[in-house]
Ligand binder design. Structure first.
Ligand code: G6P
Length: 368
């Protein structure tokens, strides 16, 4: 395999633009399109029907994919989920009831903390499932079952296409678990299957915002601090948006649950700190819009990445808006990854940073 940037300036942006294809490929693998059902023959003896608890563990962007997936497993499969970063989990001495399932997410399959957590979970009598991009990796080899992502080789240090492929596997898995547990109807499964088949098209639509994002990034690049807000699955996406910005532009960014704004970060709001708000069309949108108004009332500068309705409902004319295509809330976290990745990318490029090889960071952290 020879890495080739093709006509792109960096691997990262090439990988961002590959997402419609690799997400489509990943979804196709787990979807029996003729029956509109998800299938996981890779699970072997792992069974969701009587499962008491799912423990999810990973690092970095893979952890944030797991964090989004917690909302899916809880809502669609009514499955109790525990999630932690692997560097904490491995030392927590968490008591685990034998018979539980532990899920590890890793692009490389070699991250030291994730592997140590896997071994701990095994010592606690858990079945081990991993979602990896590299199927020959150590984490894959030490798992009872492997559900691969089909992102292809990811070269950019900041993970992009592996993230959305992880989300695609995890949503498919949550739907599959929901059916096995008898809590998700066939009709709902078929509806989500249709939505997921539409992901490549919707992702491509979202990527068309690139020009607007590039324009916005000039202004954003002057910020010293950025606050990223979201609710529900958009909260871990806000964390991912902040992580991406930090990783490649070195701008200090913090992701926060929008509802926690009043408990601290609102004290930081002034005209110098841009607040990026992720507001997809979902049952929490109105609450997020209220948070936007609170920020605006304190003179904050808002960048809204959201549904057209959210943009209209703010009733503010000084909001810089990236209006997303209309997306069903179930699949929104996957499509909303596009603007947050592009925003970090263009800010970093505008600032002249080494986007593919950010300082002090490694693609795969194989030592503690
Ligand atoms: C490093 C990379 C991140 C990645 C994380 C976890 O920090 O820079 O992009 O998300 O490791 O890596 P993994 O291979 O386990 O997904």
């Amino acid at each position: 395999f020879v890495a080739d940037k093709g006509n792109y300036r960096h691997f990262m942006v090439k990988e961002i633009w590959e997402q419609p294809e690799v997400v489509g490929r990943t979804v196709a693998h787990y979807l029996d399109a003729s029956a509109n059902r998800f299938q996981f023959p890779e699970l072997g003896a792992i069974d969701f029907a009587n499962l008491q608890r799912l423990t999810i563990c990973a690092c970095g962007t893979a952890y944030l994919a797991g964090y989004v997936a917690r909302y899916w497993f809880e809502r669609l499969a009514r499955l109790p989920v525990d999630i932690d970063v692997a560097s904490e989990f491995r030392y927590r001495e968490a008591p685990m009831t034998p018979g539980g399932l532990a899920l590890f997410i890793s692009q490389s399959g070699e991250t030291a903390d994730t592997l140590a957590s896997l071994r701990y979970a095994r010592s606690q009598g858990q079945s081990i499932l991993s979602v990896v991009n590299v199927t020959t990796s150590t984490i894959a080899r030490e798992s009872d079952a492997v559900a691969p992502t089909f992102a292809g080789p990811e070269i950019g240090v900041a993970s992009t296409k592996a993230f959305t492929c992880q989300l695609s596997v995890l949503l498919s898995l949550a739907v599959y678990a929901g059916r096995q547990r008898g809590v998700l109807s066939e009709a709902e499964e078929a509806r989500i299957a249709d939505l997921m088949m539409g992901l490549p098209g919707q992702f491509s639509e979202a990527l068309k915002l690139e020009h607007d994002i590039e324009q916005m990034s000039r202004d954003l690049s002057r910020a010293r601090d950025v606050l990223y807000l979201g609710r529900g699955p958009a909260f871990p996406l806000a964390l991912e948006g902040a992580l991406k910005l930090k990783e490649i532009s070195y701008i200090h960014a913090e992701g926060y649950a929008a509802g926690e704004l009043k408990h601290g970060p609102i004290a930081l709001v002034d005209e110098d700190m841009p607040v990026i708000v992720i507001a997809p069309r979902d049952e929490l949108m109105d609450k997020t819009v209220s948070n936007i108004q609170e920020v605006a009332a304190r003179g904050g500068r808002i960048i809204l990445i959201g549904d057209g309705d959210a943009v209209r409902q703010t009733g503010l004319d000084n909001v810089a808006a990236l209006t997303m295509p209309d997306i069903d809330p179930v699949v929104a976290p996957i499509v909303y990854a596009a603007p947050i990745q592009l925003l970090a990318y263009h800010v970093a490029v505008f600032m002249g940073k080494d986007v593919d090889q950010p300082r002090n960071l490694a693609k795969s952290v194989t030592v503690e």
